[in-house]
Design a protein around this ligand. Structure first.
Ligand code: ATP
Length: 386
């Protein structure tokens, strides 16, 4: 049994927003694969983006996120599959014919041009008058919070300001699709958090369909209407932040987004009942494992914040545990609890417990604690799931 927690998320990560978007489909990516020589960077990726939606492509380094964005942009030609914009096949069209605005991780501004000139760059080729361009650039500088800074060169601007210029430049040409490739990852934490809500607000105000590549789960959870999780070139889940957090499709997704306890070596006992040693778990959140025959090997998963400390005596899914370790995290403690999973093997499950509860219940190392695992918060994965 193990707790995987790659990025030390906190409870704040739990997404609260779900967005139902009934707008027409703007972008369709159908069965797209991309090979570099013998290497498969993308395999049969399909998804849709509705007009005005904010999608995030999330996954670890090297999983194919940027390649997917470049295929959508027309900067990279897919090996197989098609890209449609409003049902029109654009698979063979270059980036210049797809009406996209792009912001890259490195600001990619022209260093010899001022902020104004950078923003105006795309507008000049549209044949607008100087007066129109001046007015539009003023509006864009306002929009991205850079009023009065238009005469500065990129070298005189902070990273966050440069990225604002890049954003203004990308939206200046009124693209129908905004593509953001890790736009915040070069910035320090405070600026990143500020800019992420600014970008989201701007995107909503303009109603522009947006796809953002990120490896940062928090960024994806807080900004996106929908998250596409990529694992080794495959799209493994496409869902709202709530869906991917609450019902991760595979152990990989569960592990990559937030922290998760995995109870390994369990088996299916009956429909909705799983077990390890003498312990039985009733589960309502089966993950396609309802079809498995009894005796099948499974992994049971539960988030640390879903491990409940107090229970009524009739509650099921109880574990008698002992506090094996405590880590202070400000508003909560992350507590390792040891329990006898099988006769010969103790296991550990981790619980996130509010600091106030820890004080009130006087939780200290070695203290025995009863916990229960709510039936609707447990997930079950077949051991063959990725
Ligand atoms: N032009 C190329 N030639 C050969 N291999 C490439 C090329 N571009 C990308 N790759 C490979 O394809 C895989 C996916 O790359 P991609 O840049 O899409 O990943 P990523 O998920 O965006 O990663 P990161 O977050 O590190 O940028 C990587 O293994 C990369 O080495």
């Amino acid at each position: 049994m193990s707790l995987h927690n790659q990025r030390q998320p906190t409870k704040d990560l739990k997404p609260k927003r779900t967005t139902m978007n009934a707008n027409p489909v703007y972008l369709t990516v159908r069965d797209v694969s991309k090979n570099f020589g013998n290497f498969t960077a993308l395999a049969d990726v399909s998804f849709e983006a509705r007009r005005g939606e904010f999608l995030s492509i999330l996954g670890p380094s090297g999983c194919g996120k940027t390649t997917l964005l470049r295929v959508v942009a027309g900067l990279e030609k897919q090996t197989r599959g098609k890209v449609f914009i409003e049902n029109r096949d654009v698979s063979a069209l270059p980036v210049s014919k797809r009406n996209v605005g792009i912001v890259f991780q490195s600001y990619a501004l022209f260093p010899n041009l001022t902020a104004r000139e950078n923003i105006a760059y795309g507008l000049r080729s549209q044949g607008k008058s100087r007066q129109d361009i001046r007015q539009q650039v003023d509006g864009l500088l306002d929009l991205v919070g850079l009023r009065g800074m238009g005469r500065k060169h990129p070298a005189k601007l902070s990273g966050g300001q440069q990225q604002r210029v890049a954003l203004a430049r990308a939206i200046a040409v009124s693209p129908d699709l905004l593509l953001l490739d890790e736009p915040l990852s070069a910035l320090d934490a405070k600026v990143r958090i500020k800019l992420r809500s600014e970008i989201r607000q701007l995107q909503q105000r303009l109603g522009i369909t947006t796809i953002m590549v990120t490896h940062d789960q928090e960024e994806a959870l807080t900004m996106a209407d929908r998250i596409l999780v990529i694992d080794r070139g495959r799209l493994v889940q496409d869902g709202s932040p709530n869906q991917v957090y609450d019902r991760p499709a595979t152990p990989f997704v569960a592990n990559f987004i937030g922290a998760m306890n995995f109870i390994e070596g369990a088996e299916k006992i009956d429909s909705g009942v799983y077990g390890i040693g003498k312990t039985r778990f009733a589960v309502t959140g089966e993950n396609g494992t309802s079809r498995l025959p009894a005796g099948s090997r499974v992994t049971i998963a539960i988030r640390p914040e879903d491990v409940m400390l107090r229970h009524d005596p009739t509650a099921i899914n109880l574990l008698e545990t002992r506090v094996a370790g405590m880590e202070y995290r400000g508003s909560l403690f992350r507590i390792d609890l040891s329990w006898p999973a099988t006769l010969d093997k103790a296991a550990t499950i981790t619980a996130d417990v509010p600091a106030e509860t820890v004080r009130r219940l006087d939780i200290v190392p070695e203290k025995p604690l009863s916990v229960y695992l709510p039936v609707d918060r447990l997930r079950v994965y077949s051991v063959t799931d990725g």
